[in-house]
Design a protein around this ligand. Structure first.
Ligand SMILES: Nc1ncnc2c1ncn2[C@@H]1O[C@H](COP(=O)(O)OP(=O)(O)OP(=O)(O)O)[C@@H](O)[C@H]1O
Ligand SMILES: [Mg+2]
Length: 242
């Protein structure tokens, strides 16, 4: 049995719907990180989110990924409002459905590349060593993060997300700490993860050049979506300059 069937109805696994979600911070809830935001994300799309610092990009990824709660609204995945899930199932959603990639990789420093990926292994899915092979790092399996370049560390982080074959892959500034050539390789690798068009991939970035290769570009300002453009003919990654 596929893991998602344990909790979610396979027939509805195609999209995520963010419905009127708000997220407030501060004693008097004066900071509106997300302001009545609605958005639907579809399987197969490579989505780029652009927005100024503080506009709510990370908050949006975090609430979709189940890493943060909402103040109001709902987030539907496969016909289920994930904001209402009991703790155990919510944890299962985070572990099995969502893959997260961060700007600074977030690897465990005292574990090797292989061991970092093994942390995310799930029964019935890919093996950690095969995920490392997929990102071209099998030769560095026994290296610790401190013995890897930034791009290699990010590839380990991608392998860690890839190994669980997530339906939703959320990437927060995945190339923010990398030089432009390495950044391009990382974006290519992320796009390659969706060859089967079976995932939702969302990349948050400050770099508007990355948006040129996306299927869809969202702009966010003050916690609201201010632009949502579908690109029928996105550029090829080799033709952009990061
Ligand atoms: N834990 C928190 N406590 C209080 N305010 C927060 C918290 N997290 C985020 N905020 C506020 O919410 C708003 C949105 O923050 P968020 O991190 O989502 O922005 P961002 O678009 O990801 O910015 P950046 O591009 O700098 O990463 C900001 O005003 C921020 O200061
Ligand atoms: Mg952020």
């Amino acid at each position: 049995m596929k893991k998602h069937e344990l909790i979610f109805d396979e027939r509805y696994v195609g999209s995520v719907a963010v419905n009127h979600v708000s997220k407030f911070y501060g004693e008097d809830m004066e900071v509106k990180a997300l302001d009545n935001l609605s958005l639907q994300l579809f399987t197969g799309q490579f989505v780029v989110i652009l927005g100024a610092s503080g506009s709510g990009k990370s908050t949006l990824l975090n609430v979709i990924g189940g890493m943060d709660t909402v103040s109001a609204g709902e987030i539907n995945f496969a016909g289920v409002d994930i904001t209402q899930l009991p703790d155990k199932v919510y944890a299962q959603y985070r572990r099995e459905v969502v893959g997260f990639i961060f700007q600074f990789y977030n690897l465990m420093p005292n574990l090797t590349a292989l061991e970092n990926v093994e942390l995310a292994e799930l029964p019935g899915e890919m093996l950690a060593i095969d995920a490392l092979k997929a990102v071209g790092l099998e030769d560095k399996a026994d290296n610790f993060p401190s013995e890897l370049s930034g791009g290699e560390q990010q590839r380990v982080a991608i392998a860690r997300a890839l190994v669980k074959n997530p339906k939703i892959l959320l990437c927060d500034e995945p190339t923010g700490a990398l030089d432009s050539k390495t950044g391009k390789k990382i974006i290519k690798l992320l796009m390659d993860m969706n060859k089967d068009k079976d995932k939702i991939i969302v990349v948050v970035t400050h770099n508007s050049a990355i948006a040129e290769v996306a299927d869809r570009v969202l702009k966010i300002s003050d916690g609201k979506i201010v632009s949502d453009v579908t690109q029928k003919f996105p550029k090829d990654i080799k033709d952009i300059e990061l």
